[in-house]
Design a protein around this ligand. Structure first.
Ligand SMILES: [Zn+2]
Length: 269
């Protein structure tokens, strides 16, 4: 995750929507079929907290929504998550997004599948100018956007990060037990971004707090004054938030939340 590339907004109005130029590449395969790249999301009610998109029902839908139906459904051994990639992306960029999805195939029971016409709930990767990198938390029903602005967001770690949000995961430094591991230095945080650092009653799936998680913010993210915004309690000099890929814990959490390794046994977390 490279939050330096993330653009942060509190409100996006319809007036702000300005889609980037039409796709400039034609050599796409069927896999990249893009029925309708234009966002239909209710942008009037869209609120971004950091890179987490929420509707104005945020306080009801915030993580852990996974206990309330925002998990993607499992069918047999696998959790199929339909997706579309907008034709705005170049082939190289599409490959990065595909590689991000494939990394889940290699380590979890999540399977991203090109959206078929009969699948109603799906992820739509798109880019728009100044759109930044963002995602909803968990399944939203219908066409669900992951914003990966071409300039700045199409990186392996960012793709994984935003996908993890869509699978139901929140940022590491807001998890329920974070106060044992980090100190949030609210006075150093840009005022309107302080909400990003509020603790959430997450389901931590019996995994340890993980500074190497791809979901962890960096030490200086959202700083208003150049001073750290997050400090590791055990070592104030510790650096973090620069993961280049999912950590082992990130992967374990997906497997546990979606019960990937169980057929008979049920985990209870
Ligand atoms: Zn995020």
């Amino acid at each position: 995750m490279t939050p330096a590339f993330i653009f942060f907004f509190f409100f996006i109005s319809v007036m702000d929507v300005c889609l980037s130029a039409p796709a400039e590449m034609k050599n796409q395969t069927d896999e990249f079929t893009d029925d309708d790249p234009r966002p239909k999301v209710d942008l009037e009610n869209l609120v971004l907290h950091g890179d987490v998109a929420v509707t104005n029902t945020f306080f009801k839908n915030a993580d852990p929504c996974t206990a309330r139906g925002c998990k993607w459904p499992k069918s047999g051994r696998y959790v199929n998550v339909p997706y579309q990639i907008s034709s705005e992306f170049s082939q190289q960029e599409k490959n990065i997004i595909l590689r991000g999805m494939q990394s889940f195939h290699q380590t979890t029971c999540i399977r991203f599948v090109p959206k078929r016409s009969d699948q109603r709930d799906y992820i739509h990767f798109f880019s728009q100018r100044n759109g930044g990198c963002w995602s909803y938390i968990g399944r939203q029903r219908g066409q669900q956007y992951i914003s990966l602005e071409r300039r700045g967001c199409v990186h392996h770690s960012t793709v994984q990060h935003e996908i993890l949000h869509a699978l139901g995961f929140h940022h590491e430094q807001v998890r329920s037990d974070r106060d044992r591991y980090v100190r949030i230095l609210f006075n150093n945080i840009q005022q309107r971004q302080r909400g990003n650092f509020k603790k959430v009653q997450t389901n931590n799936l019996v995994t340890p707090y993980d500074f190497t998680s791809v979901m962890h913010y960096g030490k200086y993210d959202f700083t208003s004054n150049g001073q750290p915004t997050i400090e590791a309690k055990s070592n104030p000099n510790q650096q973090f938030g620069n993961a280049r890929q999912m950590s082992a814990n990130d992967i374990t959490r997906v497997n546990r939340l979606y019960e990937c390794n169980t057929s008979r046994r049920q985990y209870r977390y």
